[in-house]
Design a protein. Structure first.
Lengths: 216, 222
């Protein structure tokens, strides 16, 4: 069977869907878990704070590949039947939550302490303080680095090929084995990732610049 | 629950793990040297008035930062042979890691160079130093002092990402773990142990680079 350039490209583009789906799933689930982690990280109770900090440091201080392996081989020990897509989703969610919580913590801490005091003087309880005073301001700062993190997340999905998830890199490997057109296949692969990531990078940069201008 | 964790294999595997750790440390040490030097050179080129040179570096930085490390590695190791450029696994890994670190390093060093006020350069020139000496002895040391914590973090990230080079059969820590778990069938325990080793490595690497950086840049031991 003869593979044309178009065949290679078409198959890679079809596989790119799964890279996008996994990125979005990791972002949504990781964002929810990251919000929870942020709440723990800012909690009054010290054990909660320290627990959240430890979680973040472990996930930022170990290779994502090891985290994926631990989920992939660990979930079956707990009695779950693990498909690669599930391990990939869970692994990326856990990792993304750690990074997002840390990014957002920086944004919350950038809000002057006077804002907390002002909120307290209005008689708001801690959750109300966050909801009505701190978060609306922190969110504005958080958008640019969060979009920037999306780039990292899209790139991270490439590692799930190693635990057998059929995304871009794995598909490229399969096509390469069938066609031996290695230079073409891996060049196209790189270009597709670039096309996915560069708009996000540019958007993040633009948002950051706009925020800087508006705060001057 | 029926499953229990089992670590009896660890005593037999210690030698292999130590070998893997040594390879991982070797890779990041070489990458730090090459990548550090390349970052400084590329940052200087990025700020040069020669438009094509500056543009070339900008394109390189964007290309690398917007593609995954594993794709860069596979492109070098599997893709380049397609046009006749064949590299062994270890040089391919070092090349990929250096290219990756340098792209991030260039941006970091550039930010540091931008932060040094132009008065420093003018003062150096006024003292009769040549432009090259002004850069190397006046501007660069001040820039590095400002950014070496960020550079340290980036080197640690590169070390963690280097786990992927196991995929092209470089015998690093992850590769040894793959071998051990295929022999013992204790995949979870093996990767758990290796994850802890990586965590310790990243903490140690951060300390060593930080202490070394402070000393090299004359900031004292503080």
């Amino acid at each position: 069977m003869e593979f044309t350039l178009w065949d290679i490209l078409r198959n890679l583009l079809l596989a790119a869907r799964w890279t996008v789906v996994l990125s979005l799933a990791g972002f949504l689930c990781g964002g929810l878990a990251g919000g929870l982690l942020l709440a723990l990280r800012l909690a009054k109770a010290k054990p909660l704070r320290i627990g959240a900090k430890l979680y973040i440091e472990v996930f930022q201080g170990t290779p994502l590949l090891m985290q994926l392996f631990l989920v992939f081989f660990g979930l079956p020990l707990l009695g779950f039947d693990v498909q690669p897509w599930l391990a990939a989703g869970v692994g990326l969610t856990l990792a993304a939550s750690a990074y997002l919580a840390e990014i957002w913590r920086g944004c919350v801490e950038a809000i002057p302490l006077g804002q907390w005091d002002a909120a307290a003087s209005l008689g708001l309880h801690p959750l109300q303080k966050l909801r009505f005073v701190i978060l609306p301001q922190a969110l504005r700062i958080a958008v640019a680095p969060t979009v920037g993190f999306l780039v990292q997340l899209v790139k991270s999905t490439a590692l799930t090929s190693i635990i057998g998830f059929r995304e871009l890199v794995q598909t490229a490997n399969v096509i390469n084995n069938a066609t031996f057109a290695s230079f073409t296949v891996y060049s196209m692969l790189a270009v597709i990732y670039f096309v996915l990531c560069y708009p996000l990078t540019a958007a993040s940069r633009l948002l950051e610049r706009r925020l800087r201008l508006s705060s001057q | 629950m029926a499953t229990s964790l089992e670590f009896g294999w660890l005593s037999d595997a210690a030698g292999a793990l130590a070998h893997g750790v040594a390879t991982t440390i070797f890779l990041i040490a070489v990458t730090t040297l090459f990548g550090g030097a390349l970052s400084v050179a590329a940052a200087a080129a990025r700020r040069s008035r020669v438009a094509w040179l500056s543009g070339l570096v900008a394109a390189y930085v964007e290309l690398v930062r917007n593609t995954p490390f594993i794709v860069q590695l596979f492109f070098i190791f599997f893709g380049l042979p397609g046009i006749g450029v064949r590299l062994d696994a270890v040089p391919a890994a070092i090349l990929a890691m250096t290219i990756n670190l340098s792209a991030y390093g260039t941006e970091i060093v550039r930010a540091g160079l931008d932060a040094v006020t132009s008065g420093q350069r003018e003062a150096g020139l006024a003292l009769g130093l040549r432009p090259r000496a002004v850069f190397l002895r006046v501007v660069l040391p001040q820039a590095l002092r400002a950014i070496f914590p960020a550079l340290t973090s980036q080197i640690v990230i590169t070390m963690l990402e280097s786990a992927v080079v196991s995929q092209i059969a470089v015998r690093d820590l992850t590769y040894e773990a793959d071998l051990i778990q295929s022999r013992t069938f204790r995949a979870f325990e093996t990767y758990a142990v290796v994850t802890v080793i990586y965590l310790v490595l990243s903490l140690l690497l951060r300390r060593v680079l930080f202490a070394g950086g402070r000393r090299a840049l004359g900031l004292g031991a503080g």
